[in-house]
Design a protein around this ligand. Structure first.
Ligand SMILES: *Cc1c(COP(=O)(O)O)cnc(C)c1O
Length: 345
């Protein structure tokens, strides 16, 4: 598909690595019934550009380009207190000589601490211009529009980047990833049977799905919800994939059945640690020296591990894990990921 028609900035040189994980595969198999499990591969989207990179970088390549095309001088976005997306948006703004403002939603009451570690620390170090903290359930779009009108009142121009960068334009970043993967599978001679990807604001899952369908890549995409069970998550992903397909002019109606996801692993709550996440973070760190994060990829990998133990994957299937980044927030959860705190779930 021709993505060259869409304005894009580049924050990463070349493709991110696609690698086999030999030690992790072996360790996982040892814990699966009768010792049989999949071969686990990884797509290192945690190595994308922007202090440090992750899936938001791909979306921001298209979103920041659109902001510049609209003559914006400030990016406005929203997220949770440890938002990777806010930090990546701030980084993109800096690279483009723009300012950046956030609206932070306290999904867990009193969870925003100005002097917290992890991404919060980077908000300050990178120099965010202003942060508005609002309680859970606030209409985030309206809150961001208020920031935009405050800027307009002093002659500035804000550009609203939706939560997680997940709209049709942001989703193009994961269409680009689908095309990058297709090329890597071919060049590296790798046949992947299934792909496991995180599913949150859904630009990653939905963008990949649109990219796969549009490029006739028939590898099943398995979403792992980070905040919702399939009944709530799948319609979001479907809507995002359809919006991306429409923006691309694919003339394609995506069937709701094309969306597959699993819930459960996000419990007890979005961003709140659980035992399976701790096991996954420790296992990948100690077998491959690759860092996951407590909020997203730790739970997503816990989903892959859990599905493998349920024999969901065929014996010796090649399963690709999309590493969407986020390790910065490890520092805000050090005791939990080291197993030094009792977790309820
Ligand atoms: C935002 C995020 C996700 C979820 O991606 P969506 O596109 O919002 O569904 C997964 N992993 C990490 C590390 C993230 O920051």
């Amino acid at each position: 598909m021709d993505l060259s028609r869409f304005p894009r900035r580049r924050y990463t040189q070349g493709p991110t690595p696609l690698e086999f994980l030999p030690h992790f595969t072996k360790a996982l198999r040892a814990t699966c019934p009768d010792g049989s499990g999949p071969n686990v591969w990884i797509k290192r989207d945690d190595m994308l550009g922007l202090t440090p990179g992750g899936n938001k970088t791909r979306k921001l390549e298209f979103l920041a380009a659109d902001a510049l095309a609209h003559g914006a001088d400030t990016l406005i976005t929203c997220g949770a207190p440890q938002s990777n997306h806010c930090r990546a948006t701030l980084s993109a703004a800096i690279k483009e000589g723009m300012k950046c403002r956030f609206v932070i939603e306290e999904r867990v009451p009193n969870s925003y601490k100005v002097d917290a570690s992890g991404n919060n620390f980077l908000f300050r170090l990178l120099g965010v211009e202003a942060i508005t903290v609002v309680p859970a359930g606030t209409n985030m779009l309206e809150a961001m529009q208020k920031v935009a009108s405050d800027l307009a009142a002093v002659g500035r121009k804000g550009y609203i980047v939706p939560g997680g960068g997940s709209n049709a334009i942001g989703g193009l970043g994961y269409v680009a990833c689908a095309q990058e993967l297709q090329q890597q599978f071919f060049e590296q001679g790798v046949q992947i049977d299934k792909i496991v990807v995180g599913s949150g604001s859904s630009g990653t899952h939905g963008g990949l799905l649109a990219g796969f369908l549009g490029n006739h890549i028939n590898i099943p995409l398995i979403g792992i919800g980070v905040s919702r069970d399939p009944v709530d998550q799948n319609p979001l992903v479907h809507k995002e994939a359809q919006a991306v397909a429409d923006l691309l002019g694919l003339n394609m109606t995506i069937s709701p059945e094309a969306v597959l996801s699993f819930g459960d692993w996000w419990r007890p709550k979005y961003s709140v640690p659980n035992q399976a996440m701790v096991e996954a973070v420790q296992m990948l760190a100690r077998t491959e020296a690759i860092l996951l994060d407590p909020v997203y990829t730790g739970k997503i990998m816990a989903g892959l591990i859990g599905l493998a133990r349920q024999a969901y994957f065929g014996k010796d299937e090649n399963v690709l894990f999309i590493h969407t980044g986020g390790a910065t927030s490890l520092h805000a959860y050090e005791a939990e990921v080291l197993g030094l705190k009792d977790l309820t779930v």
